[in-house]
Design a protein around this ligand. Structure first.
Ligand code: NAP
Length: 338
């Protein structure tokens, strides 16, 4: 059912962009997606819904491409989800990370202010901005102290959002979701959870060909084993479809604000691996090895979020628990890598 509202989504081909698009289409929104042109004209996770959205080709590097899309589409809501989103990967492309994840967000805010000043903006901030916090759990008041280039770029965008929000002459409605890790079968293969569930599937299905590559260009599974980094790293993992719902909720409030979005439950990478292999009837100890190459130079965490403000003000709470999340991801990959 149409609701006459228009949403413009950067990063629509990513994990969150695709789930958010599905949610907003269900709510009757008209959607435009901002995508980087690639040779294969592939829309990633948004392939299945690409015919239901208007596509604008562009790049967060290019303020002109953002401006042209906003001028033509004139959205009511803008969801800025595009970024180079791998904390580990950001160490090998610091400048690219700053330019896209940090300055790119500022381009979105500035062009929106000039072209569609009434549009409400959602900025995808991250728990990574907390760095290695001494305060556990973290909430909206926890000091930001990023320890990787990705988080530093996100902090810049987060602070620019606050500056735009507090502008006395022309305040902008920009809400920031400080989202803790959220996963799904659409998570990039360079993230540890998806790497594990892909490996479980390839091992269980005895797959010999078509095994996806890891972030250093080697098959994720070699000789029946997957190589991970720090098994003791602690994260608060939720399910992505639960998390996109609150992005929308954040733009329906009276005033722009920041919200921590998390489950409040922490698990180690080892616990995730143990659970994932168990779902497939395997013992992780037989299939997991570690390599310091996959450990970032500076460690983040422990990250554990206190989402009580989101619950109190937006009535939000996660629906999917850790075991369910792992099961969903393993089953999806068992079917995908059969
Ligand atoms: P994702 O799957 O990595 O998607 C990132 C998206 O950004 C992709 O669509 C990608 O397009 C696009 N993009 C990258 N560089 C671009 C550029 N220069 N111009 C335009 N688009 C560009 O990320 P996600 O997991 O959906 O996360 C969504 C947002 O939330 C990101 O900003 C992420 O940093 C943030 N976040 C995520 C989590 C999490 O746990 N997932 C937690 C906190 C915050 P291509 O398809 O062309 O690569």
């Amino acid at each position: 059912m149409a609701n006459n509202k228009k949403a413009f989504i950067t990063g629509i081909s990513g994990q969150d962009g695709s789930y958010l698009t599905e949610l907003l289409l269900d709510k009757g929104y008209e959607i435009a997606g901002f995508v980087r042109r690639n040779a294969a004209l592939d829309f990633g996770n948004a392939n299945a819904i690409k015919d239901e959205v208007k596509i604008y080709y562009g790049d967060l590097h290019s303020p002109e491409s953002i401006a042209l899309a906003l001028l033509d589409f004139k959205p009511d809501e803008i969801y800025n989800l595009a970024s180079l989103s791998s904390p580990l990967g950001s160490f090998s492309d610091k400048l690219g990370t700053i330019m896209i994840t940090g300055i790119g967000a500022l381009h979105v805010f500035e062009r929106a202010k000039q072209i569609v000043p009434e549009a409400r903006v959602y900025q995808a901030s991250t728990s990574e901005m907390f760095g290695a916090p001494t305060q556990v759990p973290q909430n909206e008041e926890t000091p930001l102290a990023p320890v990787n280039p990705y988080a530093a770029a996100k902090e810049f965008a987060h602070r620019m959002a606050h500056i735009a929000r507090n502008d006395r002459k022309q305040p902008q409605f920009i809400s920031c979701g400080i989202l803790f890790n959220h996963e799904s079968p659409r998570r990039g293969l360079n993230f540890v959870t998806r790497k594990i569930t892909t490996a479980v599937a390839c091992i269980k299905n005895n797959k010999r060909e078509g095994i996806p590559m890891n972030e250093i260009g080697e098959p994720i599974v070699k000789n029946g084993k997957v190589t991970l980094g720090d098994l003791e790293a602690k994260r608060d993992w939720g399910f992505a479809p639960d998390y996109v719902e609150i992005m929308w909720k954040m733009l329906q409030t009276e005033e722009a604000d920041d919200f921590v979005v998390a489950t409040g439950e922490v698990h180690t990478v080892e616990e995730f691996a143990k659970e994932a292999f168990e779902v497939a009837g395997l013992n992780f100890k037989d299939h997991v090895e570690t390599d310091p190459h996959f450990i970032p130079p500076v460690q983040t965490g422990p990250l554990c979020g206190d989402a009580s403000k989101a619950k109190r003000i937006l009535g939000w709470q996660p629906k999917t628990n850790f075991k369910e999340l792992v099961k969903i991801m393993v089953h999806a990959d068992l079917a995908k890598f059969s």
